[in-house]
Design a protein around this ligand. Structure first.
Ligand code: GLN
Length: 550
């Protein structure tokens, strides 16, 4: 096996958004399957210290790690493909790197020397990458450098990679994921942009060891030869990666091209033969995506969908994946519809359309837009016994709706939207008040993994099959304890609480009142894994399937 840790840098050529994150995840998976301990690092080249302050329509979902780090959605892909729990050492941004360099300078850690962009910034990057490897006791660290080659933003990260390579040529390797367009008027796949991208990478002192040739279709021999000649690479190191219907096919396609053999060969590692049983399980799981017969129809009511004319379901990536895993586990193909919460605000008549779906999810969210629409949806789902699953904001909506329409507290609300309400059933935590007063929004949330204790006999308790859970959070507001006795008296059940009992983690209605009406203050979607679906999503999907049969 490996002597020292190996590092594989994955960089993008031509355009972004063609699957670098999935490439990293898939390379990780196929190497893990060869008996190697793998971890992954994501580098985001923007100034934001983390992804927490970014609008999801611009940057996609904010993926929260167990230690509370607010990161990029690719971290979710890594965790899901590799079945790992990553921490903040696996994630960095330009802002985070500079922040640390400046902090160290202020602490005199550079011992009076002039602190320079090069080499001090890349050296900080190198330290971080190595730490991720040490932390995971990894044989291989797969590092994704965000953006594409030729941009200003990621130059220092490429420089860090180059410095690592020159220091330990046997330990550092490069994969370029590049796009080969097929212009409709030309009708043939063009290699020139990729040739330029490889040259741009060469200009940073880096030669790719593997080229992942992304495109609408497979790469043919002629173009492979061309790329080989002009990019200075062996043809067998150029991997054809055409578009696929499901990202879970990608590791399988990579292995059809014998990528793990090639990587082990390049890195000089003698690896185990592939783990057949793990591979079989992945194969079986990936096949579900192609089963089109038995569907379950789920509506997701959100608002972070629209950028111009495009609908961006990326903002809810983990929710989508969690629905898939649980649906596949019960042999169903999910059909997910995106419904805009705002539409239910203006025309309550539209609510009837919800009857077309087997279940409804209100995912996490912030701010007032669409809130009354979501509340209308919750009421409709409760009164019409449509399976309902509320995630974070979606659970807060359940509490507000119940307080308004069952307890009769007409102005019940969350402090986030109406701080003047007399019935703040969702309120700010005492400990957060100071932060909010000082506008310290970046540090005012309950973030990351927290323990909860489940109530015997509840839906949650039976779904999890255990009494104690840890789930990931990302929210400022909580159920106001003052209203709990009233809510409980009216039949509302808090089936998950913090160990001290004061924070409400799961709310539900008993089975005899509703087939599935459950919400979580945390985000269960972050802990759903392909071969290990999340128990609450599975319970929800099962309820959707059951209610469909009636
Ligand atoms: N806006 C709510 C809060 O801050 C819910 C957040 C969420 O859904 N992630 O508490």
């Amino acid at each position: 096996m490996s002597k020292g840790t190996k590092y594989i840098f994955v960089v993008g050529g031509v355009i972004s958004g063609v699957g670098k994150g999935i490439t990293v995840s898939s390379i990780g998976l196929i190497l893990k399957n060869r008996g190697l301990t793998v971890t992954a690092v994501k580098i985001d080249p923007y100034i934001n210290v983390d992804a927490g302050t970014m609008n999801p329509t611009e940057h996609g979902e904010v993926f929260v790690l167990n230690d509370g780090d607010e990161t990029d959605q690719d971290m979710g892909n890594y965790e899901r493909f590799l079945n790992l729990s990553l921490t903040r050492v696996n994630y960095m941004t330009t802002g985070r790197v500079y922040q640390r360099v400046i902090e160290r300078e202020r602490n005199l850690e550079y011992k009076g020397k002039c602190v320079q962009v090069v080499p001090d910034v890349p050296l900080e990057v190198v330290d971080r990458i190595k730490n991720a490897g040490i932390n995971a006791k990894a044989d291989v660290v797969v590092v994704e450098i965000g953006g594409t080659v030729g941009e200003y933003e990621n130059i220092l990260f490429l420089e860090a990679a180059r410095m690592m390579k020159i220091a330990n040529p046997e330990d550092v390797y490069f994969v370029m994921v590049s796009y080969l367009p097929t212009p409709s008027k030309v009708g043939e796949m063009k290699t020139k942009p990729t040739q330029h991208a490889v040259r741009a990478l060469n200009a940073s002192g880096i030669q790719p060891d593997i080229l992942i040739a992304r495109g609408d279709t497979a790469l043919d021999e002629k173009r492979k030869e061309k790329l080989s000649l002009f990019c200075n690479m062996r043809p067998d190191r150029i991997i054809s990666a055409p578009d696929v219907d499901s990202v879970y096919d990608i590791p399988l396609n990579f292995e059809k091209e014998k990528l793990s053999d090639k990587l082990c060969d390049i890195m000089g590692l003698i690896c185990k033969t592939p783990d057949q049983s793990a591979w079989k399980a992945w194969n079986k799981f990936a096949k579900h995506a192609h089963n089109g017969k038995d569907v379950v129809k789920i509506a997701v009511i959100g608002k972070y969908f629209e950028t111009g004319d495009f609908v961006l379901s990326d903002s809810y990536l983990s929710v989508i994946e969690a629905i898939k895993y649980s649906s596949y586990a019960v042999n169903k193909k999910p059909i997910i519809s995106w419904l805009n919460a705002v539409d239910f605000e203006k025309s309550p008549a539209k609510l009837k359309e919800l009857k077309k779906y087997d279940g409804v999810i209100v995912p996490g969210g912030f701010g007032s837009r669409g809130v009354e629409g979501k509340l209308n949806v919750v009421r409709f789902a409760r009164e019409n016994k449509i399976p309902y699953f509320g995630l974070c904001y979606g659970m807060q909506m359940m509490v507000i709706e119940y307080a308004r329409n069952v307890l009769g507290l007409k102005d019940a609300h969350t402090k986030e939207i109406n701080p003047n309400s007399k019935n703040l059933v969702i309120d700010v935590m005492e400990s957060q008040k100071e932060n909010l007063k000082k506008n310290l929004y970046g540090g005012s949330m309950r973030l990351g993994g927290y323990k909860a204790i489940l109530k015997d006999g509840s839906i949650a308790r039976s779904a999890y099959g255990k009494k104690e859970i840890i789930e990931r959070h990302r929210h400022r507001y909580e159920v106001n304890p003052n209203f709990i006795p009233q809510l409980e008296k009216a039949g509302f059940v808090f089936s998950g609480r913090s160990p001290e009992g004061e924070l409400m983690e799961i709310a539900e209605l008993p089975k005899n009142k509703h087939p599935f009406f459950l919400g979580t203050q945390f985000h269960p979607e972050f802990l759903a894994h392909p071969l290990d679906p999340h128990p609450l999503f599975t319970a929800f999907v099962k309820a959707c399937v059951a209610s469909k049969k009636k």
